[in-house]
Ligand binder design. Structure first.
Ligand code: AMP
Ligand code: MG
Length: 345
């Protein structure tokens, strides 16, 4: 995180934790329940509050696993931190132009990201960096970019210009001015990797909640599903509904937290890479998927695509995922199977 923006990022995290979406519903602190010890800790990571909840028999062991989970989140998020000039993504972006040798973690993310870009027709696109920077500057100055500036940035955007030759860890940018931004997937990916740490440790029951990017490992003690409240994007204190998860992930994207308002119109921080403008088709999207990185990326992609195209893409390419979409006119649209997650299994 950029030094100078520490305060605003803290504020942003507080807002995020307050609005963003799903909260685990249940007891907090360390307690003995149904014969199980509970570990719970919340730390500020990736610009948001991350809460790790674990259940097991041995309190000391749970603490060790909890620490390892936070370490994994630190490791993964450091790779994709665009605010840190020394991070791998920043070094890759600076080296733009040639072929760059990257880490396994980066290669895996680039490969997955290109796959999701293809399947979403470019609605999700990690090469959106030049547009993200243009709009971020606009939010800071309060002045919208010109169409000429948007057009220029778009020349350096497009997943088809990002190359990762098969079975190599080498990334190549095909045009100048390109930059990668993993803001739409890195949090989910970090949460997914953290869930792998939990599973590998032998702990069978846990929840990792990174400000609305959530991964459930197994069920709660007694085989109960994790109950998660999805907040109403336009009524901060209300819940839209509750979902019940076992061994699955949920992510929410929305424009409620970062946007530029001018001439009565909002510009979301989620950009449609095909137009260069903030998305106008949704105000919030929640995706449930088997994997937190996929849930995160799809929540962003469907924010761009809107309910019609979005549900078509889910049906065709991601039948394992479900979505709830809130449109600007406040309609709530569900994928056909979403409702099954609102019933306690
Ligand atoms: P999320 O909150 O997961 O929807 O991610 C939003 C962040 O992802 C933005 O702040 C940008 O950094 C980046 N981003 C914006 N639009 C896109 C897009 N269409 N595809 C991929 N990343 C994007
Ligand atoms: Mg996302």
């Amino acid at each position: 995180m950029r030094e100078g923006s520490a305060r605003s990022s803290l504020l942003r995290s507080v807002c995020l934790a307050a609005f963003v979406a799903a909260l685990a519903v249940g007891a907090s602190g360390c307690s003995k329940r149904a014969g199980a010890e509970k570990y719970e800790d919340t730390r500020l990571k990736m610009g948001t509050f991350v809460t790790v909840t674990l259940y097991g028999e041995d309190r000391e062991r749970l603490k060790e696993v909890g620490n390892a989970v936070f370490e994994e989140i630190d490791r993964v998020s450091a790779v994709f931190n665009v605010y840190d000039e020394e991070s791998e993504v920043s070094r890759l972006n600076r080296a733009a132009g040639g072929t760059v040798e990257v880490s396994e973690t980066m290669a895996e993310m680039v490969e997955r990201s290109i796959g999701i870009s293809r399947a979403t027709g470019g609605a999700f696109d990690v090469t959106v960096g030049p547009l993200v920077m243009l709009w971020r500057r606009a939010r800071e100055s309060g002045e919208k970019p010109s169409e000429a500036e948007i057009k220029k940035a778009m020349e350096s955007v497009g997943y088809d210009k990002l190359n990762l030759p098969i079975k190599t860890n080498r990334v190549r940018f095909e045009v100048t001015g390109m930059s990668l931004d993993f803001g739409a997937i890195a949090k989910g990916y970090a949460v997914e990797r953290a869930a792998e740490v939990v599973r590998a440790s032998g702990v069978e029951s846990g929840l990792i909640n990174a400000g609305g990017d959530i991964r459930a490992v197994g069920a709660k003690p007694g085989d109960a599903p994790w109950a998660l409240g999805i907040r109403d994007p336009r009524k901060r204190r209300s819940l839209l509904l509750e979902v019940y998860l076992k061994d699955a992930a949920v992510a929410t994207s929305g424009d409620y937290e970062q946007y530029l308002e001018g001439e009565g119109e909002r510009e979301s921080h989620i950009i449609d890479p095909r137009t260069g403008h903030g998305t106008r088709k949704t105000i919030s999207v929640t995706v449930i998927a088997p994997d937190a990185a996929l849930a995160d990326a799809l929540a962003t992609a469907l924010s761009v695509l809107g309910p019609v195209e979005g549900l078509e893409v889910l049906e065709k390419s991601f039948p394992e995922a479900d979505a709830l979409i809130v449109t600007p006119d406040k309609r709530v649209v569900y994928s056909p199977d979403f409702r099954k997650h609102t019933k306690k299994q």
